[in-house]
Design a protein around this ligand. Structure first.
Ligand code: NAP
Length: 279
């Protein structure tokens, strides 16, 4: 069940989310994920773990082509010089000369940045150039809502191929999903388990019992059936494997409908139009 981007690049349905996954035993966690079968790794300059990931991959010894590496540029590094610098640093740390996918992490880091549209246009132009040179196989966005994408479209020559968003039962951002579908931009889910906060929901637990799977597997399968690839983070071999083991059952249409109508739960609290990262 691979997903295909507008430029025909294939995306694994389940990738490994590395945010805070490498704290303590960084390289070992990545090797553990590779042992479990993950071949798609999601990282970002912000996560400060690209070096560990690069070392783990090099020690593990897989052919570069077998790995799908996605990293992200932080919005304060959007600009003609800055984006190029950030990309080069990510590649150096990850020990690679190309990225499979590169995303703009957020439209803006702070709401007071009144130059964000210009920076966005300049950063995207750099990504387009790197894409045309073959140094990035797919370019995309993260945490962009339709009104941010409409602004980008005014200056973009290449349309974004993917938008990584907070998506999980209890926070499905239906309007944005509909827009992305129309625009042929693939939506990908960050925090597909609601950072663990949705795992205890009684409805999700009931479906876990009904389908003989765990709550985490229900949440991941729900997204896949919605046409959304996922990048869960997990710390143990058991959980890493369980999160990949979501292809031997199907949630019925009726149950999909009920899960789609769950009221808002488990939201991170981070909204692109209000979030203040302060860095
Ligand atoms: N683009 C963005 O702005 C953005 C923002 C946030 C995250 N992300 C990406 O998305 C990835 C995933 O998001 P996330 O880490 O925030 O949240 P998540 O994947 O929804 O949830 C991770 C939490 O769920 C637990 N867990 C994982 N598998 C489980 C299982 N099978 N059973 C029970 N519990 C399980 C983990 O515990 P243990 O670790 O203890 O196993 C952890 O506490 C990140 O790692 C990052 O790569 C991107």
């Amino acid at each position: 069940m691979n997903f295909t981007l507008a430029n025909a690049i294939e995306i694994a349905p389940v990738g490994f989310g590395s945010y805070k996954a490498t704290e303590g035993n960084g390289k070992d966690t990545i090797k553990m994920a590779l042992d479990c079968g993950y071949r798609y790794i999601d990282t970002a300059a912000l996560y400060k773990n690209e070096k560990e990931i690069g070392e783990a991959l090099s020690e593990y010894g897989l052919d570069r082509k077998e790995i799908f590496l996605c990293s992200k540029v932080w919005p304060t590094m959007l600009g003609e010089k800055e984006t190029l610098e950030s990309f080069a640093k990510s590649c150096e740390d990850l020990q690679t000369d190309y990225l499979d996918m590169y995303l703009i992490h957020w439209p803006k880091a702070n709401q007071t940045d009144d130059k964000w549209q210009e920076k966005l246009a300049a950063g995207w132009a750099v990504m387009e150039k790197l894409y045309e040179e073959g140094k990035i196989k797919a370019i995309g966005l993260s945490n962009f809502l339709p009104h941010h994408i409409e602004i980008l479209k005014k200056t973009a020559k290449v349309k974004p191929m993917l938008d990584q968003l907070e998506l999980h039962v209890g926070y499905m951002q239906e309007y944005t999903l509909e827009y992305l579908k129309k625009e042929n931009i693939l939506a990908q889910a960050w925090s597909p388990l609601g950072r663990g906060k949705v795992l205890g929901d009684s409805r999700v637990n009931a479906y876990a019992q009904k389908y003989g799977k765990s709550s985490a597997q229900i949440l991941l399968r729900y997204l896949l059936q919605r046409g959304v690839p996922v990048i869960p983070k997990a710390s143990s071999t058991e959980r890493m494997k369980a999160n990949l083991d979501v292809f031997d059952f199907t949630i019925s249409e009726e149950d999909m409908s009920i899960l789609s109508c769950v009221e808002q739960i488990g939201w991170s609290g981070e909204h692109p139009d209000t979030v203040e990262f302060g860095f």
